[in-house]
Design a protein around this ligand. Structure first.
Ligand code: ADP
Ligand code: MG
Length: 305
């Protein structure tokens, strides 16, 4: 890999620069938004009372324990579910209209590539469905493979690529029809730590170059803080927003951000929400607490968080 420089090159910025017209409606505007699933076993309140406004071009991370409704919120934005309460607008449109107008691209946790299609054929599938002519599809495949640093892999099959490369293809696919909004559901969740770190840096650079709005779901606090302008912290079921924490760190954050005192402060603020809500517990909760080794014990290593 030749590094993330490709993603931030002026040429790429020019090609993908978002039309940041003033007075545009919020990218996403939710008010009192809720979804209760009706199942054979009864009702499941997946999301309740969500008030959230995301401005065009913002990078917002959504973090919370498993089952708190993160995916549900993305699926509502993507018109894959219908709200049972409240209102939701995507670029000022009802989600269905926004979907038909292809205002968003969706990146799933697994790359979801078809093994019998080449990288290029996977990447251009949405364009094929949209009826974009073949020559233009190939041109866009070239452009977006370059953007995610995968030039030269167009004719490969997904199974010939590493997990990180496959996820780059799926990001390129989501970008290929130039949507204003990227919905990303734990896109790096299945990757090793180093690949994750690299993709994180690349994604920041891509976002800086394109001006897209990103709604990024993660369950990793450091990933949320490293990427986002604002971290939306969700509590345990039933899913609702507990706090929205701003991240006052300069861009690009690159690899050094973690050493910034502000980084630690934001991580602590988020951790505190999870401690207060019983999602996380400091040491002293397990049966081991107080058992100790001779001459010290678990508690001798420090107090509780
Ligand atoms: N199709 C469904 N039918 C019934 N319950 C669902 C469905 N999808 C999700 N849920 C429930 O809604 C809650 C939120 O799920 P989800 O949004 O997937 O959480 P997260 O992505 O934060 O882990 C969970 O309790 C989950 O079991
Ligand atoms: Mg989920």
């Amino acid at each position: 890999m030749s590094g993330p420089a490709v993603l931030g090159s002026p040429a790429v910025s020019t090609v993908l620069a978002a039309d940041r017209t003033t007075g545009a409606p919020p990218a996403i505007a939710a008010a009192g938004l809720g979804l209760t699933y009706r199942t054979a076993g009864g009702e499941v309140v997946a999301l309740t009372g969500v008030d959230l406004v995301i401005e065009p071009g913002a990078f917002v991370a959504l973090i919370g324990p498993s089952g708190c409704g993160k995916t549900t919120l993305l699926r509502l934005v993507a018109d894959l579910e219908t709200p049972t309460a409240g209102s939701l607008l995507v670029e000022g449109l009802p989600p269905r209209e926004a979907r038909l107008a292809r205002r968003y691209g969706y990146v799933f946790q697994a790359p979801a590539l078809y093994p019998w299609r080449t990288v290029e054929a996977n990447l251009t599938l949405p364009l094929e469905i949209m009826g974009v002519p073949k020559a233009e599809r190939s041109e866009r495949a070239r452009r977006y493979l370059k953007l995610v640093d995968l030039e030269g892999f167009a004719r490969n099959y997904p199974w010939q690529l590493s997990g990180g490369m496959q996820q780059r293809v799926s990001i390129a696919r989501a970008l290929s029809f130039d949507p204003d909004i990227l919905l990303m559901d734990e896109p790096f969740g299945a990757l090793d730590a180093l690949t994750r770190e690299q993709l994180r840096i690349d994604l920041e650079e891509l976002w800086l170059a394109t001006g897209k709005t990103v709604l990024f779901v993660t369950h990793a606090i450091d990933e949320a803080v490293a990427l986002a302008d604002r971290v939306v912290v969700m509590g345990p079921r039933p899913g609702k927003i507990e706090r929205i924490v701003p991240v006052p760190l300069a861009r690009p954050r690159g690899l050094g951000a973690r050493r910034d005192a502000a980084f630690a402060a934001v991580v602590e603020a988020i951790t505190k929400v999870f401690l207060d809500r019983g999602v996380l517990h400091g040491p002293g909760r397990t049966r081991l607490a107080g058992v100790g080794r001779s001459g010290g014990g678990a508690n001798a290593r420090g107090g509780s968080a």
